[in-house]
Design a protein around this ligand. Sequence first.
Ligand SMILES: Nc1ncnc2c1ncn2[C@@H]1O[C@H](COP(=O)(O)OP(=O)(O)OP(=O)(O)O)[C@@H](O)[C@H]1O
Length: 240
Amino acid sequence: MSEVVILASNLCVDVRAKKILKNVSFSARRGEVLALLGGNGAGKSTTIKTFLGLMKPTSGSVELDGVNVHNDPAVVRQKVAYLPESVMLYGHLTAVENIEYFLSLSGKPAAESDIANALKRVALQESAWHSPLGGYSKGMRQKTAIALALLREAPILFLDEPTSGLDPVAIDEFNRLVSQLASQGATILMVTHDVYGACHVANRIGLLRDGEIVGMFDAPENGNIDSETVHTAFAQGALK
Ligand SMILES: Nc1ncnc2c1ncn2[C@@H]1O[C@H](COP(=O)(O)OP(=O)(O)OP(=O)(O)O)[C@@H](O)[C@H]1O
């Protein structure tokens, strides 16, 4: 068994006496996709922010590759690529220019041929490579952001609602890309509302409700997590 890369241990986060995360524990091993599924206000973004070192645990801990994020926040910069719900790239720059700019900021410039390979891997149509991102669809912006993550060779990916606002074809393409990245060794934490998408790509799903993990589902070997089971569990909470 490969080692645990993403670990939350009894994580509690309070904001102004409000308990936002309550004893949340989960883990993902190298090459696994872990999806946190939950409705509005369940605590998904708070979990990601805590892993990014932007919020502090009140108790418990979060670790990346065995390093406690709050003792050594540099681990986030070194190992994580984060895709927020709205991709933060420049609309007036092209895909290639955005990638060149952000790689130069992280001190890892790439050759033109490597950038072209990354854009091919994420299947961004070649005719768009030199057009400003302002004219891109959300799916195309995400592909650009993933190409950037590939070039940064980040071993850990955090994806916040990655498929919201994408059309079904773009969702399928995105899910395929996530599975491909994981099979190449990336460890991925995604938070989502999308039961079916999560079941399609995740090795493990944690169901988050009111700041608590209320269900954990593991994919069978060589199969997907059963979406009906997860959907029923999700809907039960929604009705309460
Ligand atoms: N800084 C804050 N101050 C007070 N309450 C907060 C703060 N941040 C988050 N919360 C509350 O914590 C709860 C969880 O919020 P969070 O954004 O993590 O949920 P979420 O699962 O990402 O929701 P959504 O799907 O709507 O984005 C919500 O009730 C929210 O109002």
